[in-house]
Structure formats: structure tokens, C-alpha cells
Design a protein. Structure first.
Length: 299
């Protein structure tokens, strides 16, 4: 009896696992190089010669995001043939890679439209890099949820995936605008985007935590949606309504929990003006924890 047989792994399953892992490694490698190609720089030079920490954080976010997406691509049962498994894994993986890059473009041009993220990251702006990585991973959490929610490998499946992706990008923009409004009110009209560009890392951690929490709540919303690939408008409207509801519930819960866990601490002053990175990390952990708990309760 072989070791594989002892653990109930057949030769066919082992080959399928090898196919999935091989494609995943290739796509992760491609993502690393795409980071350099999209910024028109040599990724090796940025990471290992210039020691650009910001570029490293941004790349880590992109690679981690693709890894999250790939877990959604390999969650289902094995395909009927090796070729079908390879096509399915590659299709979902490439789709996820494209959507992650598209999401970064949307975030650059619409959400953080007053910041040249690529230029800032190449200059070593760690705050902007953290927000960039957070946006990529939040988008990936959404794509993963949709890949698990969707079934089969058809044109309708990809339409359903793109519909949910479009709603998620709208929610990220709404979230960013809300954070901007609150920040402006507390800081005499000062711009959140300008503060990030000036290097407020604590503020960047808060922003990234909020986006990641939104990504997890989108996963919670998927439990209310019944998959029907042909009802395009219903899918789009359903994702919008449930994701908006989850975002509102999350916002209320976070306000209450932060008041309790971080009682007698002026978060606005500590994070926005004193740039307290440690406290921002605690707030980020609270945001993600509450979102994960919500996801678990809705499952």
C-alpha cells in the first residue's frame, strides 16, 4: 500500500491536484511579473536592487489576491477529465487575474482618483502601497465568493462573475467616499487622499482594514443569493442589495465594537493626526474580525 492509498488519494486525484497546483504556480509567477510590466519597470530591480518596500507590499497584495482567487477555483469537485480540469482551473485563474488588475485600475481611476498610485509606489510610498494591496485582496475575496457561488464553465457563468465584480467595485468606491467624507469633517476639510499621499501609514491601515472587511461581508452576502446564470438583472440587483445591506450592518457593528474594545481612546486623533500605527493595526484587526464573524454566522 502506497502512502497515497493510505490517505485515500487515488492516482487520478493526485494527477488532478498536480495540474491545479502547477497552473496555480504559473499564474502566481505571471502575477509577479505583471506588477512590473504594468508599472513599466523591472520587478526584480524594484524588489531586490532598489529595495522598494512599497513595490514589495503592492506585489505581495497582488500575489496574495490571486492566491485567494485560486482557492475559489479549486474548491469544487474534480472535473471528468484532466483536460477539462486544466481548462477550468486556467480559465477561472486567468479570469481572476484579469479582474484583479481591472479592479486595481478602477480603484486608481475612480476611488483614489486624486492619487497617482503607480508613481507613488515607485517613489516608495508605503501608505499608498498598503491601500493598493488592501484593494486587491478585497477584490479577490469578492471574486472567490462568486467563484464558489457560481457553477459550471459557461458564458453565463462569467457574466454572473462579472456582475458581482462590478457591484463590488461600486461598493469599494462608496466605502472610500464615505471614509473621505468622515475624514474631511474631522480634519477641517483636509483630504484623505492627500493624507495617504503624504505618508500617513496609520490611516492606510485603517482604510485597508475597511476594504478587507467589505470583501468578507460580500462573501456573507453570497449565502443569500440563489445561483441562476440566466437571470442577469436579478443577479446584479441581488448582489447590490445584499452587499449594501451587509456593508451597513458591518458599519453599525464596527461602530459599537470599537466603542467598547477601544473605549476612552480618541481614534480620530490617534490615527489621523498622531499617525499611531499600532492603534491602527488594532482597529484593522477589529474590522476584519467582525467581518469574518459575520461571514461565519451567515454560512
Amino acid at each position: 500500500m502506497t502512502l497515497f492509498q493510505e490517505f485515500g488519494i487515488t492516482q487520478e486525484l493526485a494527477i488532478i491536484l498536480a495540474i491545479d497546483l502547477g497552473i496555480a504556480v504559473l499564474l502566481l509567477t505571471l502575477m509577479r511579473y505583471m506588477q512590473g510590466w504594468s508599472a513599466k519597470v523591472n520587478s526584480r530591480d524594484e524588489l531586490a536592487v532598489r529595495d522598494n518596500f512599497a513595490f514589495g507590499i503592492s506585489t505581495a497584495g497582488a500575489v496574495g489576491a490571486l492566491g485567494i482567487v485560486l482557492t475559489g477555483a479549486i474548491t469544487g469537485a474534480a472535473a471528468h477529465s484532466y483536460a477539462q480540469e486544466a481548462i477550468g482551473m486556467a480559465s477561472y485563474g486567468i479570469c481572476g487575474l484579469i479582474l484583479i488588475k481591472l479592479g486595481r485600475f478602477v480603484h486608481d481611476k475612480i476611488a483614489l482618483n486624486h492619487v497617482d498610485k503607480t508613481a507613488a509606489i515607485l517613489k516608495g510610498n508605503i501608505s499608498v502601497a498598503i491601500v493598493d494591496a488592501g484593494a486587491a485582496m478585497a477584490t479577490a475575496l469578492v471574486i472567490r465568493a462568486v467563484l464558489i457561488w457560481a457553477e459550471d464553465l459557461t458564458v453565463n457563468t462569467f457574466i454572473a462573475i462579472f456582475s458581482a465584480f462590478a457591484v463590488s467595485q461600486l461598493m469599494l468606491v462608496v466605502l472610500t467616499r464615505a471614509l473621505e467624507i468622515f475624514y474631511r469633517r474631522r480634519n477641517q476639510g483636509h483630504s484623505l487622499q492627500q493624507a495617504l499621499e503624504e505618508g500617513n501609514t496609520a490611516l492606510a491601515l485603517r482604510h485597508a482594514g475597511a476594504m478587507l472587511a467589505m470583501g468578507f461581508t460580500f462573501n456573507a452576502a453570497s449565502h443569500f443569493m440563489v445561483y441562476d446564470p440566466t437571470t442577469y438583472v436579478t443577479n446584479l440587483f441581488g448582489w447590490f442589495v445584499f452587499s449594501l445591506m451587509m456593508l451597513l450592518v458591518l458599519s453599525i457593528l464596527l461602530w459599537v465594537v470599537k466603542k467598547l474594545v477601544l473605549a476612552r481612546i480618541d481614534l480620530s486623533d490617534e490615527i489621523e493626526r498622531q499617525q499611531n500605527i499600532g492603534l491602527a493595526a488594532v482597529e484593522m484587526a477589529i474590522s476584519i474580525s467582525i467581518a469574518v464573524i459575520m461571514t461565519g454566522l451567515m454560512a
